[in-house]
Design a protein around this ligand. Structure first.
Ligand code: ATP
Ligand code: MG
Length: 425
């Protein structure tokens, strides 16, 4: 019988890859912590209606990417394609939005039925950040500073560029929409099938086209920036001024419209040239209208989502040295040593809580245990044989220093030795 395989586009992260993931996740948590953000944990499944109402019916996600199924009782449920809707649903449901501000983050798998390719999967991980209750441009700027800081900490700032645009308010966008439709109607012959369809349903999305044949017609289209009112203009300018002040470089991309309907004013993407057409690693914007759209009292909101797999692909180009899973490997040979070894290992773990100590439990020959010790990435091997047990000592051998002779320590001195030679955190 053939082995059962994973679902297309849904990937395992194997043990050799997890240290880099953990390094990225820890760095992200540290940076979020340094801005005072709190974690929220949300279900992976929501009512289908939630995504239809928030993301918008005429979007790639809702039209063709959702994993929707009927629950046993007939309800239509959907595996979350993104986290913004669920986060807002949770905050509304628990009354977190009454006269309060929030800075939240969540982390987890998202699901979209897309054509799998490098940097595009059917299950992928996102870090999401959402803030509520702040209308000022300072929170927009804070999100950009936070992500800028994260790239610097991860050592990838040179590999990413910040692109910014303002979509204005919904009413400003409506006026622009008319101008845009009028323009495209004069150039129907230049539009592809998708765009002809979008001309009626969601003309702004035409600007987002990836079809090279439409490059010119899109380049000459009217610009939303020219339709912004004074308030939107100022809001945008304030962000730009602060970024310039603080030395964060950016590009204005007037064609940046983002795929979802709920954005207003600021939208942004952090893009890289190193991942082909899957170059956006982090994207977000302001969505002041969405809270009301989901039944809450009108309130400000802005957030972003980061694609972890794309971030990891970038990190993989850097040769980041991650921490080893094991610092010290305990070799036991003989019945007495096996017995004493487990107890000794527990004592060491109690004495040095950060120590990553692996005990060989395969009970092979001393040679095969040394081989495993080498492979484990440990810095030291501890060796307990019947001789050592009889004398109350333990052999210690450096696995990094080829010339290093095996030393012998009294069992009671091993803690001191390990503490002095290593920093375990
Ligand atoms: P794209 O234009 O690449 O399809 P999107 O606009 O659909 O992206 P968002 O909904 O804004 O993406 O999601 C935020 C981020 O999540 C993206 O910038 C990307 O890094 C990541 N992402 C989105 N879809 C996928 C996917 N199918 N596989 C891996 N990462 C993804
Ligand atoms: Mg997409």
């Amino acid at each position: 019988m053939a082995n059962i395989q994973a679902i297309r586009g849904m990937h395992d992260v194997l043990p050799e890859q997890t240290p880099l993931w953990q390094y990225a996740e820890k760095t992200i948590r540290d940076v979020l912590g340094s801005y005072g953000y709190s974690e929220i944990r949300l279900p992976a499944v929501e009512k289908t209606e939630l995504f239809k109402r928030s993301i918008g019916e005429v979007t790639d996600i809702v039209e063709k990417e959702m994993y929707t199924f009927e629950d046993r009782n007939g309800d239509s449920l959907t595996l979350r394609p993104e986290g913004t809707a669920g986060c807002l649903r949770a905050c509304l449901e628990h009354g977190l939005l009454h006269n309060q501000v929030h800075r939240l983050w969540y982390y987890g798998a998202m699901y979209r039925h897309e054509r799998p390719q490098k940097g595009r999967y059917r299950q992928f991980y996102q870090l999401g950040v959402e803030t509520y209750g702040m209308a000022s441009a300072d929170i927009d700027t804070e999100l950009l500073l936070l992500t800028d800081r994260l790239w610097k900490r991860l050592g990838i700032r040179e590999k990413v560029r910040l692109q910014l645009n303002s979509l204005g308010t919904i009413s400003e966008r409506l006026i622009y929409r008319e101008a845009l439709v009028a323009y495209f109607e004069q150039h129907l012959e230049a539009l592809d099938e998708d765009s002809l369809r979008r001309l009626k349903s969601n003309p702004l999305r035409i600007l987002d086209t990836k079809n090279p044949a439409m490059k010119d017609v899109v380049a000459n289209a009217p610009e939303l920036m020219d339709y912004l009112g004074e308030d939107s203009r100022q809001h945008f300018q304030q962000i730009l001024d602060t970024l310039t002040d603080l030395g964060v470089s950016y590009e204005i991309n007037t064609r940046l419209v983002r795929g979802l309907d709920y954005y207003s004013k600021t939208v942004f993407e952090w893009v890289t040239d190193e991942l082909g057409s899957q170059g956006t690693i982090c994207a977000g914007g302001r969505y002041d209208g969405l809270i009301e759209q989901l039944g809450g009292k009108a309130n400000s909101a802005i957030g972003f989502a980061m694609g972890m797999e794309r971030l990891l692909l970038l990190l993989e180009t850097l040769n980041v040295k991650t921490e080893s899973t094991v610092n010290v490997y305990l070799i036991r040979v003989g019945e007495q040593a096996e017995k004493l070894g487990l107890r000794f290992a527990e004592q060491l773990r109690t004495a040095i809580p950060d120590l990553k100590l692996q005990v060989d439990c395969a009970n092979g020959s001393i040679k095969s245990q040394f081989k495993k010790a080498d492979k484990s990435g440990a810095t030291y091997a501890l060796i307990l044989g019947d001789d050592e047990v009889a004398h109350g000592v333990c052999g210690v051998k450096s696995l990094r220093d080829e010339q290093g002779e095996q030393q012998t320590f009294a069992l009671s001195d091993v803690v001191e030795f390990l503490k002095n030679t290593h920093n375990y955190n």
